[in-house]
Design a protein around this ligand. Structure first.
Ligand SMILES: [Zn+2]
Length: 194
């Protein structure tokens, strides 16, 4: 029986946090062929060359790659688009959440936006939840869940704009939970306009 091959090519830290939904026809492979430091001029190219070698190894073994999980390295993205037609390409969420966390840190340093710092962990947790709790990988649903955080942080939990996910799934908030410092619309506006 044919197997679906998933190649995970990510930062080693991410391997500890990896959650991939597997079934009996799915094979998860970690292949990390990194060149020697003297073979490439810098670490960025080392990663890219490592990806190419890993994919070549699988192809040489006669394996068809169904899914590839990588970070958001631009050079990799271009190469994958040009060379791996038919392979599903996903970004690993650890890198995406890290990038979002950095943007939230920057926003929290803006005058009157320091409250954003207190929301950073919840917002990045929500990103993990949006992807991890959508096991069929429905991209539209993942985006709808993720976007709902904009309403949630403003203490709005129903009538979200995206029709796919119109209400938060958490229980109604208790009185002490309602005392949380919510974000006001001016911070959201600033975040989107800068
Ligand atoms: Zn909510």
């Amino acid at each position: 029986m044919a197997q679906n091959i998933i190649l995970v090519f990510v930062h080693l830290y991410f391997l500890e946090q990896l959650h991939v939904y597997l079934n009996q026809n799915t094979c998860l492979i970690f292949v990390l062929f990194f060149p020697q430091s003297n073979e490439v001029p810098n670490s960025s190219l080392c990663e890219h060359e490592g990806l190419k070698r890993s994919v070549r190894f699988l192809k040489d073994e006669g394996l068809e790659l169904d899914t590839l999980i990588t970070d958001r390295h631009r050079q990799n993205n271009k190469w994958i688009k040009e060379n791996l037609d038919g392979t599903n390409h996903f970004y690993d969420i650890w890198h995406v959440a890290k990038g979002t966390g950095k943007k939230l840190d920057a926003l929290a340093k803006v005058k009157d936006c320091d409250i954003v710092g207190k929301w950073k962990q919840s917002i990045t947790n929500h990103m993990y939840w949006s992807a991890g709790c959508t096991p069929d990988n429905n991209a539209d649903m993942i985006v709808a869940k993720w976007e709902s955080v904009i309403q949630h942080v403003q203490n709005i939990h129903t009538n979200h704009q995206n029709a796919l996910f119109q209400s938060c799934l958490h229980d109604p908030l208790e009185d002490d939970e309602r005392e949380i410092k919510w974000l006001n619309p001016s911070i959201i506006y600033y975040a989107y306009s800068n």
